[in-house]
Design a protein around this ligand. Sequence first.
Ligand SMILES: [Zn+2]
Ligand SMILES: [Zn+2]
Length: 73
Amino acid sequence: MRSKCEFICKYCQRRFTKPYNLMIHERTHKSPELTFSCEVCGKSFKRQDNLKQHSVFKIVIGMAKFNALAFKT
Ligand SMILES: [Zn+2]
Ligand SMILES: [Zn+2]
């Protein structure tokens, strides 16, 4: 079966379905000084907003896990 993901980043081999997305993504490799990386998992973001969103998402996941544990006991 052939994959729809035809556009592959030459820096990290991440796949994209649209050339536009690849172009935006590759930009993050070219200007590392403009990226913000997560201190927890090392994932990098183009914008500080995106990193903030990522961090908030982690907190939500963490809380969900905490709630699941609380229900178990
Ligand atoms: Zn890449
Ligand atoms: Zn992270």
